[in-house]
Design a protein around this ligand. Structure first.
Ligand SMILES: [Zn+2]
Length: 478
């Protein structure tokens, strides 16, 4: 059994540290993103932002501090978030009249402002997104996946009616699915959350859920239809064409830096980090080998390839440091760089270079005149290969044959005995919270979502055996 499978958390932390993505800080649960870690976020940010703007959204910025009274206005919201809120209680040496929370999300502040910004049907829809940091004081933290402070985007929109707001909720969920699958090469299941897993204050919550290599799930993005709950709490009304005062329907949707953790957990291997080419900070690295210092033609050729790759928009590095080639190979592999090109005296004589993809065992030789094309092509095929590999892994660990709690417990006992991962199970659910709770208590499996397109439909509840209202993914989750 490999180290990765045996102790996945240790493998995860080692991988992050060897790749130099982050560092711990003296503030518990708050990490520093180092440049290679932060750049992963920059690529996610850029692609999401492009898609948001393409669909008519604009960015704005709201304060990080939120008055306590704002939270009191929406009952479910305060109940959901209050245990995790850090508070500012004094400033300039004086106790504040009202405590201010470090935002866990901005529905309340934005609701307060929208009540002023929205007057008539002409002001709608309001399509705003914010890129920001948020705080949720977590007891158990894990870099990128669950931290007390994290980076995210939160979209907040207001609409004339339910139909328009629901359309928006689905549109954003689809964008998340497309970006996570296309950019991060992570296959996801889209679907609806059960009421107990809903966002605090939402009417309906939808999510995309991804399977990590230890079989656990990560909720990779959520989109909420909030109905008129926040509109009523913050008095966000508009004048209709018929001159009637009506509440707006709002939505909110978010993805965060936990996507970085998901990339690491989905694609990494025994050696460590494997990055999908589209988000890799360095997509290709060029390394001179053999007695290259005595042979200036090697660096001349590599400089030429470097310039050509750069001109094609490929993020390329040339490693001419005085470390040994073996050391460099290892270092760049740990950083998950998708493609490596080696050039030595003999290669030059044969008019070729060696190319190695991070996720493949063998090097291939490439004629020097077509190195640029070969790298471009390899970056494309590796992106697809990683997605297909993750999809195959998910298929192999998605179980659709488990229909009772006893069968699930037996499945868990068997996985433990065989040292395999339990994965996810697709099972029926009657809709009763108590059944969901019992499954969780006995197996630590929680409902992930009710998928829009389940591989099969279930007829009986996994817990009580009564008629199933929904077919649900159950899994252990981060
Ligand atoms: Zn039941």
């Amino acid at each position: 059994m490999s180290q990765k499978t045996k102790d996945f958390s240790k493998w995860y932390i080692d991988t992050i540290q060897k790749a130099d993505l982050m560092d711990y800080t003296p503030v518990r649960g708050c990490i520093a993103f180092k440049p290679d870690g932060y750049e992963l976020w920059e690529h996610i940010h850029a692609e999401m932002d492009r898609r948001f703007k393409e669909t008519g959204h604009r960015n704005a910025y709201f304060p990080m501090l939120i008055p306590e009274s704002f939270f009191q206005k929406e009952k479910d919201h305060i109940e959901g978030f209050s245990p995790e809120l850090p508070w500012v209680t004094e400033a300039a040496g004086e106790k504040l009249e009202e405590r201010l929370a470090l935002r866990p999300t901005s529905e309340t502040m934005i609701g307060h402002l929208y009540s002023d910004w929205i007057k008539s049907y002409r002001d709608l829809p309001v399509l705003i997104n914010q890129w920001a940091n948020v705080f949720r004081w977590e007891k158990k933290t894990l870099p990128f996946i669950r931290t007390s402070e994290f980076l995210w985007q939160e979209g907040h929109t207001a609409h004339v009616d339910e139909e328009d707001a629901r359309k928006e909720t689905m549109q954003m969920l689809n964008i998340y699915k497309e970006v996570v699958e296309g950019l991060l090469a992570i296959p996801v299941y889209d679907g609806q959350k059960t009421p107990s897993e809903r966002f605090a204050g939402a009417v309906d919550t939808y999510s995309i859920e991804a399977m990590m290599q230890d079989g656990k799930a990560v909720q990779a993005g959520t989109s909420h239809y909030l109905g008129t709950k926040f509109a009523e709490a913050f008095d966000i009304k508009y004048l209709t064409k018929e001159n009637k005062h009506t509440y707006v329907h709002t939505t909110s949707w978010g993805t965060s830096t936990r996507l970085i953790g998901s990339v690491i957990m989905v694609h990494g291997d025994e050696q460590g980090l494997v990055l999908p080419p589209r988000i890799a900070p360095t997509q290709a690295v060029l390394i001179p080998v053999g007695p290259w210092k005595k042979n200036p033609a090697i660096m001349e050729k590599l400089d030429e390839i470097f310039a050509a790759l750069k001109a094609k928009g490929i993020r390329v590095r040339l490693d001419d440091s005085d470390q040994s080639p073996g050391f460099k190979f290892n270092e760049w592999e740990l950083k998950g760089v998708p493609v490596r090109i080696e050039l030595g005296p003999r290669d030059l004589e044969n008019n070729q270079a060696l190319m190695k993809a991070r996720d493949e065992g063998d090097k291939v030789s490439v004629p020097l005149e077509s190195v640029v094309e070969a790298v471009e092509k390899e970056l494309e095929t590796m992106q697809t290969r990683l997605f297909e590999k993750a999809k195959a892994f998910r298929a192999a660990n998605s179980h659709t044959h488990i229909d009772t709690l006893e069968q699930l417990e037996q499945h868990l006992a068997e996985s433990e005995q065989n040292e395999t991962i339990p994965g996810w199970i697709l099972a029926g659910w009657c809709g009763d919270d108590a059944c969901e709770e019992k499954v969780k208590e006995q197996t630590k499996f929680t409902t992930r979502n009710i998928p829009f397109n389940p591989p099969t439909t279930k007829t009986t509840c996994i817990c009580c055996g009564q008629e199933a209202k929904h077919t649900v993914w159950f899994a252990r989750a981060y």
